[in-house]
Every structure is written in C-alpha cells, then in structure tokens.
Design a protein around this ligand. Structure first.
Ligand code: PLP
Length: 406
C-alpha cells in the first residue's frame, strides 16, 4: 500500500527555485524545444554552461564513445584523459597544476583551501583570510556563501564560515585597509556574473596583481562564468595582461556536463601535497572526454575570434535597442558573449516577456538581464534575438503605459 504523504501533482523538489513553467526535452545548437514542439532561442545557455549549444555533434560523439567504454574509475587510478585535459589547460594558460571538480563552488573551495595551504606550508598558518568584493558570487557551499558575502544566502545557515573580508567594489582604499597580517589572498571575478555584469577595469586587475606581489598574497580569479571563450578571450583576465596565482573554472568547460577545475601556478599549489585534498567524482572519464572535446572546438583556429566578433555585433544591436527603448533599457554591460541589459523596469518581468517571445535570457543582480548565448551563434541568431528582445521591450512599455489599476 502506498502511504506516501506527497500530493501526486505537486513537485517534491525543494522549492528553492522559482521555476518557469516550461520544460525542455531536446535542443539543437542555439535552440531548445519543449515536448509539444515549441522552440525557444536559447540566449541563457543553461547559465553560460552550454558553450557549444545543444547536442553539438563533436560533444555527443565524445560522450557516447566514452560512455560505451568506461564511465568511472576514481582518482585511485591514473586518468589518461584527465592528464591530457590538464596539460592542455596549462599549455593555454598561466597554470602549471590542475585539480578537477564537479562544480564551480567546488573549484572555488579548492582555490580557497589552496591559498590558505600555500601560506601554511610556508610556515605562516595565520594567513588564512581572503578578501572578496561586494556583489560577488562564488557558489553556494558554506565557505563560498561566506566568500560571496550576500546576506540572503548566508542567513539561517548557522555561523558564517570565518576567513572572508568583503570590501566595496572599486574602493581601492578600503581594499588596502582590509589587508592584515592574516590575509592569504584576494578573490575576484573579472566580470561579476550573478552580481549584474559589473566589469573590473583592466587597470584595477593590474593593480590587484601589483598589490598581491607587494604583500605576498595569492591572487585568485573566479573565471567560472567568464572563462572558456565566453568574453572573446580564452579567459577574461587576458584582456588586462596579468595572470592570477589561482583560477577557478567550471560552467563552459563541460559544455553541459557538470565539471569544474582549479588551476594554479606551481608555487601557489606547493602546499597541496599527497592526501591534502580529494574528490570521488572529480575528473571522471565522462567529464574528461567532454572537457577535451570542448577544447577541441574552443581552441581551434578562429573560434574565439568568432566569439569576439559575434559579441561586438550583438553589443552594437543592443545599443540600438537601448536607443529605441530608453524607458526600459538603461545601459549595456559586459564583454564578448557575456552581455547584460541594465534595466529601468523589473528584470524578472522582462525575462518573462522575452520568454513569451520565444527567447531565453537570465536575470542577474543589480536589475540586469543577462545574454549568455552559446558561443557558436551566427549573425542570424543575433538578429533573431535582437528582434525578440525588441518585442519584449515593447510589451514592457505597453504594460508601463496601462494605468496601474488595470
Ligand atoms: C556559477 C558560478 C559559481 C558557482 O558554480 P556552481 O557550479 O553553481 O557551484 C561560482 N562563481 C561564479 C563566478 C559563477 O558564475
């Protein structure tokens, strides 16, 4: 006898998300489709995850080929594809060491632990504090909510994990004042994603590098959202010409397969010795097959230049859209194909109107709507998205024009 207390028609998932009433069952490139065949132009890409769009043939082939051979072996054994992917990431970046994870938050956990251990291994275990920036988002684990510093994510979950000091975005004096003999490092997103597409000026990133060098601090870039070609560079920090000591990546590197990584210089990683960190699933053969396949495409000649070109085209069209709808759109933000519309009207209403136009976009903090299309889009998708955004802006304007009582 079934004595389950659940209502058969209600969701039994934790109600932690305000889910839109639409379910996608298949996709192709920049398009996602419902069971009934309604097609949506996907400019959210699963929150900057589906870097190559839906059902990319090279990723499908890599995953299915791997799935028919072996799925999981654990980190107790040598991982040839993991060694290969780590080496490719190092060859394309500042890094000399890689640790694979299943998510962005775990990549940041590794980054935080590594920064602390770096100092501990050098005989300075009192240096464990990390400076972060207001508006940051670093994940939802206990340590990363403390790092992000957003009260609404911290409240009710017990004592906030110690060791994070937050300073105002762009306040150089506050930053310098926050550095103490206990500071281990500084952690920053080159462009805040969840926080509303706020870009850190290049000279500030260079200033952070100098400050970290002067004070012996680990500079940690959270490129979980900005990385893997999203901004029109392989990693966003390439715009400013300086490199971090530690970098977390996730989202785009798996093309939709859950994976992340923490990259570091040899010196930064020096404390991460045998047994000091671990993961059961991280770097498993399925993830490594897909990660390598993503790099085959993203690092191919001309691909990142294509992202930059599409980003510019989209940005120009968005600027025209802003001129046509000044009561709705206040500002265009971001870089490459990580663009945001800072709105004058509520961003969640705009996201719903865009969905009604068959366009998927993502809300962010600071009343921003994010456009995070797959990096494979072409001119036709850009034009189609802008037309649908125009439709959404007109719908929002029409609602503004109606008397409030209606
Ligand atoms: C998404 C994101 C995270 C968290 O990644 P999860 O995979 O959700 O744990 C951390 N930092 C940034 C900048 C992100 O965009």
């Amino acid at each position: 006898m079934n004595s389950s207390p659940v209502d058969a028609s209600a969701s039994v998932l934790l109600p932690t998300y305000a889910r839109a009433p639409v379910a996608f069952v298949r996709g192709q490139g920049a398009w996602a489709e419902t069971e009934s065949g309604q097609r949506y132009l996907d400019f959210g890409a699963g929150i900057a995850v589906n870097a190559l769009g839906h059902a990319h043939p090279h990723l499908v082939a890599a995953l299915t080929e791997q799935a028919s051979r072996i799925w999981h072996t654990s980190n107790l054994y040598t991982m040839p594809d993991g060694e290969k992917l780590a080496r490719r990431l190092c060859e394309a970046t500042f890094a000399a060491r890689v640790f694979f994870t299943n998510s962005g938050a775990e990549a940041n956990e590794c980054a935080i632990k590594m920064a602390r251990k770096h100092h501990a291994a050098k005989g300075e275990p009192e240096r464990f504090r990390i400076i972060t920036f207001e508006g940051a988002f670093h994940g939802r684990t206990l340590a990363t909510i403390a790092a992000g510093g957003q009260q609404k994510y911290i409240d009710g979950f017990g004592p906030k994990v110690d060791g994070f000091d937050q300073v105002a975005f762009g306040d150089h004096d506050a930053l310098k004042a926050a550095i103490t003999p206990e500071t281990a490092g500084i952690m920053i997103e080159p462009i805040q994603g969840e926080g509303g597409l706020r870009s850190v000026p290049f000279q500030c990133l260079r200033g952070l590098r100098e400050l970290c060098d002067e004070r012996g601090l680990m500079l940690i870039f959270d490129e979980i959202q900005t990385g893997v070609g999203r901004t029109g560079k392989f990693f966003a920090h390439e715009f400013c010409g300086v490199t971090p000591d530690i970098m977390s990546i996730a989202k785009g590197i798996g093309g939709g397969f859950p994976m992340g990584a923490c990259l570091a210089t040899e010196d930064a990683a020096a404390g991460m010795t045998l047994g000091s960190h671990g993961t059961t699933f991280g770097g498993n053969p399925l993830a490594m097959a897909v990660g390598n396949a993503v790099l085959d495409i993203v690092l191919a000649e001309g691909f990142i230049a294509h992202v930059a070109r599409m980003g510019l085209r989209l940005r120009q069209s968005l600027a025209e859209l802003k001129d046509r709808h000044p009561e709705v759109i206040e500002e265009i933000r971001g870089e490459g194909l990580m663009l945001g519309l800072k709105l004058r009207t509520p961003n969640t209403d705009f996201v719903a109107e865009a969905r009604a136009q068959g366009l998927l976009v993502v809300a962010a903090g600071d009343n921003v709507v994010r456009l995070l299309p797959p990096l494979i889009i072409g001119d036709a998708e850009v034009a189609e998205a802008v037309a649908r955004l125009g439709g959404a802006a007109r719908a929002v304007e029409a609602a503004l024009a109606r008397p409030a009582a209606e």
